[in-house]
Design a protein around this ligand. Structure first.
Ligand code: SAH
Length: 402
């Protein structure tokens, strides 16, 4: 197994790299990425997915990782410290420990969760999500492409779907003949899989949907919203497939509206409502509109508003404008809140740090001149562990306005 992790041609010497002093320090401190411009020496050209050993200036072994000639992230670290043999049993152990951690987190009312959270679980550039008996393997680096068969052998479940980040799709097709959404095992009828989250039923479009089909990372916030919704009129802005809406409805909301720009997302939200008819009595309203404009101009108010926009800063250069946009959005949403109204504002931009986001939300609340109380702030859920700054993206603040 994982034969391809050994250089493809045995005659070739192992791939060896030296990197800058700054990069050495960062790797020693546990950062999982070595950028191309930090590579000082390389003994030969490397192929996607080769194991690269990194040595320090004194020729001492520093770390070992997966080489990716196509990405500015040239090596993704698998192991730092003492030399280690990266073979199939090493990967099997890592796999078992990641899966074992999740087994302890969920009971039978939840069978949709993240099993492997990339770098944060020691699997750089690889995510594995479970939806009942279907597993979705999403890869963000070409380095895993030569090793798919071996990784697949570790994954349980009746069905395994492969998802590819956009930047590697072309290479995957031309070099490995694999495409985004391909089933590696079993079959996904109609592309949708039904799974359970805290006893609620949801569909996930594992073949074409965003991420791996569902925003599993918001589970805890959805649960919190359920607990805050009794008797309230709820607006779920940027609703996607209605996760927050369904929880609010089960929590006893008096009305629930899902607002999204995508008709496709709203149709899925309605289906998710219908899937939970046995526990929800409410009719669900869907509003297809640009949420930024709709919230600014709406003539209606709500008792609870969820704001969960897509990442507004995909790169560092967009951060300042993104922070302004978040602040405007939050300010406009506060104006749509009734007395004792609650705002739940999330951000999934890694470039906007949690303290910056919380601060801008508090400032927008102060600028509203309404009295408010901060109920809570939350971060990533336990099945989405975070071990390095770039992996730390999700934060959410709960504010109540009198
Ligand atoms: N809260 C959701 C995830 C939100 S993902 C959940 O728990 O599952 C972000 C959503 O914002 C996507 O569905 C996308 O279609 C929607 N979106 C993006 N831009 C938008 C806009 N300008 N107005 C409304 N919705 C938008």
């Amino acid at each position: 197994m994982l034969n391809n992790l050994v250089p493809a041609t045995p005659a070739k010497p192992n791939l060896r790299l030296r990197i800058t002093a700054a990069a050495q320090t960062s790797v020693r401190n546990g950062h999982p990425w070595v950028y191309a411009d930090s590579v000082r020496e390389q003994n030969r050209e490397g192929g996607a997915g080769e194991i690269a050993a990194i040595f320090d200036r004194n020729d001492r072994f520093l770390a070992v990782g997966l080489f990716d000639p196509l990405s500015p992230i040239r090596v993704r670290i698998l192991h730092v410290g003492k030399p280690a043999k990266i073979d199939s049993s090493w990967f099997e152990d890592k796999f078992k420990s990641a899966i074992g951690r999740r087994d302890a987190m969920f009971d039978r009312s939840t069978n949709g969760y993240r099993c492997i959270n990339g770098e944060n679980d020691g699997w750089p550039g690889l995510v594995l999500d479970r939806y009942a008996e279907t597993y979705v393997l999403k890869i963000y680096t070409a380095a895993w492409l030569p090793n798919l068969t071996e990784v697949l052998a570790l994954i349980p479940g009746e069905c395994v779907v492969l998802r590819l980040s956009r930047n590697i799709q072309e290479f995957a097709k031309t070099q490995f003949n694999v495409v985004d959404g391909q089933t590696l095992r079993g079959d996904v009828p109609n592309a949708a899989v039904i799974f359970l989250e805290n006893g609620l039923r949801f569909e996930a479009d594992v073949v074409r949907g965003q991420k791996t089909g569902f925003f599993l990372d918001q589970r805890e916030n959805r649960r919190n919203v359920e607990g805050l919704s009794r008797g309230k009129s709820v607006l779920n802005a940027f609703s996607f497939s209605g996760g927050f809406s369904v929880y609010a409805a089960r929590g006893g909301a008096k009305s629930v509206a899902s607002l999204d720009i995508s008709q496709h997302a709203l149709a899925s939200a309605q289906r998710n409502f219908d899937l939970n008819k046995d526990v929800i009595a409410l009719t669900h309203e869907t509003i297809q509109a640009d949420a930024f404009a709709w919230i600014k101009e709406a003539k209606r108010n709500f008792d609870l508003i969820v704001l969960d926009p897509p990442s507004l800063a995909k790169r560092e250069s967009e951060k300042v404008e993104a922070m302004r946009a978040y602040a405007r959005l939050i300010g406009n949403a506060i104006e749509r809140l009734n007395k004792n109204g609650i705002l739940v504002a999330a951000s999934c931009s890694a470039h906007v740090h949690a303290d910056e986001f919380f601060q801008l939300a508090r400032r927008a609340a102060e600028a509203s001149a309404r009295k408010f109380e901060e109920l809570e702030t939350t971060r990533n859920a336990a099945d989405h562990p975070v071990t390095f700054p770039e992996g730390d993206y999700l934060k959410c603040i709960y504010l109540k306005f009198s």
